[in-house]
Design a protein around this ligand. Structure first.
Ligand code: MN
Length: 702
């Protein structure tokens, strides 16, 4: 069964050939008993795929992967088993091809075809994955006839939209052309048949003409002693069909063109041959194209010209070297790429990169813009990832994007309310980078809000600005709420409250302060830019003096921690923790700063009583609060470690440690630790005091 293939594989070493044969037998065994729709044994398919790749001189790993490309999906064999038997590279290749097969069956709107192409490329980190996949698709297209008509059309459309363009981008023209012809036949069987019959008839009529033109070309080349192979070129049906449909040309006009290809030995010969052609027949102005000097995006090189032959028929001539011919057919898979150097060690991605470098060099010589390269490069080394929504739509994101980026790209509301995500059905961290081909599902909750931490890992501008916008809104909302509370508290001193405010009073304050909205005033109070007592004074009738009322009606303290918000801050000078007696200070631009009642900084601030506000801790407060400790010890080796473990055992975190040697007998350790509240702190202090080396422990209050 391997006979034909073995012959083709003469470019392999004896031992490599054995490995490929071993893979063949393994695949045959694994697929034992399975049949194709065509009625053939299943193994005929991977064998055919390997055959197609052997024509392209694929390396042994690629051929082995071709033999095994369906075993993961269709048999009980696992990736691990392949890896143990044939090595990691082969296992990765087979896995890569299988992954591409999975994406085939997701939803596919026509406008998504381009995304699918890109995704396919993005998922194939190893270019051999694509080559195996293209060969697989080619054989499936060749044996399409046994499928039901609608399935046949679906597969054909997919081939036309995704795989043929990929083959074209990679410069693998012979595969592209065959994929197109087969897809055309399956998509429009009637049009295809009519066109084929018409072309065959036309060819019969043209035979004599073709012969005549070829004669004059060959004679001329011989006379000038230029070695060249002259080939008559038949136009492909799909390209004829496209010309008729898109350029609105009549079939006759297209068939009136005779196409020839000259394959010569050197670039020099290309131009010489061109000169000869122009001297036998008159060239059509504007039809001459020099793709040798300026190659096409996928590396294609040739000289094209159109001539007017006898009786006014048009003759298209392509002239190229044998090497250019190989590149034109095989592109990235061109023989040289696989033969050069010791292929085994060379990663195929490096090979792809070498291909691109070749293109780059060509392009440099051509002095043309590099735009074409960016195209190819972006395809093979993509900066994007392509992922699916749960409904199968493709979302394009920059590399490094996370589920948060995904959520915001779908809808801002989804991003704002996102709390978790599933990637391919698994709960996954929101900060993890997404990979092409993954299916992303966002879990959202009403009332959830963006976390400022997200800003440290999101990759898209959309997510970043949406998060910032939300947080800013949020801050505004918080300052207004806080302003309302502070004003309410101040109004209490005047024997009234926020709720009792009348419209006329609000109007009055707006006029006297020049503010456009009351909300703006509340916002300013919340930010500490306006003193609440002063605002309250503007609102209530003048005859009520604050001082007298203040004694009669003590102000209700604000609660700390009843609501989260960034406008409440804890003073760094005295580190208040829940349970401590505290006092709030209204600080311009910052809102309320919470100090220890005993903080020394406050004595200064107390001279402005209108800027101070009584505060208590809410019973709902929770979090980690830093507190500073001073520990006096008798110096002892390893003491810091002992101290640290004592503290952390009690669930407190150490934020800062520094030691100072007072004298030979005393050291002082300065610590900042984070605790829950005073009870937690007392517990820790007790444990620290219990250490033998410790002489004194005290909490540092300003
Ligand atoms: Mn297959």
């Amino acid at each position: 069964m391997l006979l034909g293939l073995t012959e083709k594989l003469s470019y392999l070493s004896e031992s490599d050939l054995r490995r490929v044969e071993r893979a063949y037998r393994y695949a045959e065994e694994s697929h034992m008993g399975q049949m194709r729709q065509t009625g053939d044994m299943y193994i005929t398919h991977p064998l055919a795929v390997a055959n197609i790749l052997a024509d392209m001189h694929m390396d042994p790993e690629g051929l082995i992967a071709a033999m095994l490309h369906d075993v993961l999906e269709d048999t009980g064999v696992t990736k691990g088993q392949i890896s143990r038997r044939f090595g990691r590279t082969v296992a990765d290749l087979v896995d890569g091809v299988s992954k591409l097969n999975e994406i085939e069956f997701a939803s596919k709107a026509e406008q998504q075809a381009e995304s699918f192409q890109k995704m396919t490329l993005a998922m194939s980190r190893d270019i051999r994955v694509l080559l195996v996949k293209l060969a697989d698709r080619l054989h499936n297209m060749r044996t399409l006839g046994t499928l039901a008509p609608d399935k046949r059309r679906r597969v054909a459309r997919e081939t036309m939209e995704i795989y043929a363009p990929i083959a074209q981008r990679l410069g693998i023209n012979h595969i592209r052309l065959e994929l197109e012809e087969l897809s055309f036949a399956a998509m429009y069987p009637l049009r295809h048949r009519r066109l084929r019959e018409a072309t065959e008839a036309a060819r019969q009529n043209r035979k004599a003409f073709v012969f005549e033109i070829r004669q004059s070309i060959e004679n001329r080349l011989q006379r000038e002693a230029l070695n060249a192979v002259v080939k008559g070129r038949e136009k492909h049906l799909w390209s004829i069909y496209l010309k008729m449909r898109e350029k609105k040309k009549a079939f006759r006009d297209i068939m009136d063109v005779f196409a020839f290809r000259l394959v010569v030995e050197s670039v020099d010969d290309c131009y010489r041959a061109l000169g000869m052609m122009h001297s036998i027949f008159k060239p059509v102005p504007g039809e001459f194209k020099d793709y040798i000097a300026i190659p096409k995006a996928n590396g294609y090189q040739s000289v094209h010209t159109v001539l007017v032959g006898m009786h006014g028929v048009l003759i298209e001539v392509q002239i190229r070297t044998a090497e250019m011919e190989t590149i034109a057919n095989y592109g990235i898979a061109a023989h040289g790429e696989y033969k050069a150097g010791n292929t085994r060690e060379e990663g195929s991605q490096r090979r792809a990169s070498r291909w691109i470098q070749g293109l780059l060099a060509m392009q440099k010589q051509a002095g043309d813009s590099l735009e074409f390269l960016e195209h190819v490069k972006a395809d093979l080394f993509p900066d994007e990832v392509y992922v699916f929504t749960p409904r199968g739509e493709i979302v394009e994101l920059p590399a490094g994007a996370t589920a948060i980026d995904f959520a915001y790209s779908v809808h801002t509301g989804l991003g704002n309310s996102c709390i978790a995500c599933r990637v391919d059905g698994q709960l996954t961290s929101l900060s993890e980078s997404l990979q092409s081909g993954q299916k992303i599902e966002i879990i959202s909750a009403e009332g959830a809000q963006p976390n400022p931490n997200w800003l440290s890992f999101v990759a898209t501008a959309k997510a970043r600005s949406a998060i910032r916008h939300y947080l800013k809104q949020q801050e505004h909302h918080e300052s207004v709420t806080l302003g309302k509370r502070l004003l309410d508290q101040a109004l209490g001193k005047f024997g009234t409250s926020y709720r009792q405010l009348k419209k006329s009073e609000i109007k009055r304050i707006l006029t006297s302060s020049g503010a456009s909205t009351f909300e703006y005033i509340l916002h300013q109070i919340g930010l500490g830019n306006r003193v609440p007592l002063a605002v309250a004074n503007l609102i209530v009738p003048l005859d009520q003096t604050p001082q007298s009322l203040q004694q009669r009606a003590p102000t209700l303290p604000l609660e700390v921690g009843a609501q989260k918000g960034s406008l409440l801050q804890y003073a760094r000078c005295c580190h208040p923790i829940p349970g401590d007696p505290i006092l709030g200070h209204l600080s311009p631009g910052k809102g309320v700063v919470v100090h220890l009642e005993s903080c020394r900084n406050l004595s200064e601030l107390r001279s402005q009583p209108e800027k101070c506000t009584p505060m208590t801790w809410s019973s709902r407060v929770h979090g980690q609060f830093p507190v500073e400790l001073k520990v006096e010890i008798t110096p002892e080796r390893g003491f810091i470690a002992v101290l640290a473990s004592r503290i952390t055992e009690k669930d407190a975190t150490i934020e800062k440690v520094s030691t100072l040697d007072k004298d030979a007998y005393t050291s002082v350790v300065d610590l900042v630790i984070a605790v829950r509240d005073r009870i937690h702190l007392a517990d820790i202090l007790r444990r620290v005091r219990g250490l033998p080396a410790v002489r004194r422990v005290s909490r540092v209050r300003n």
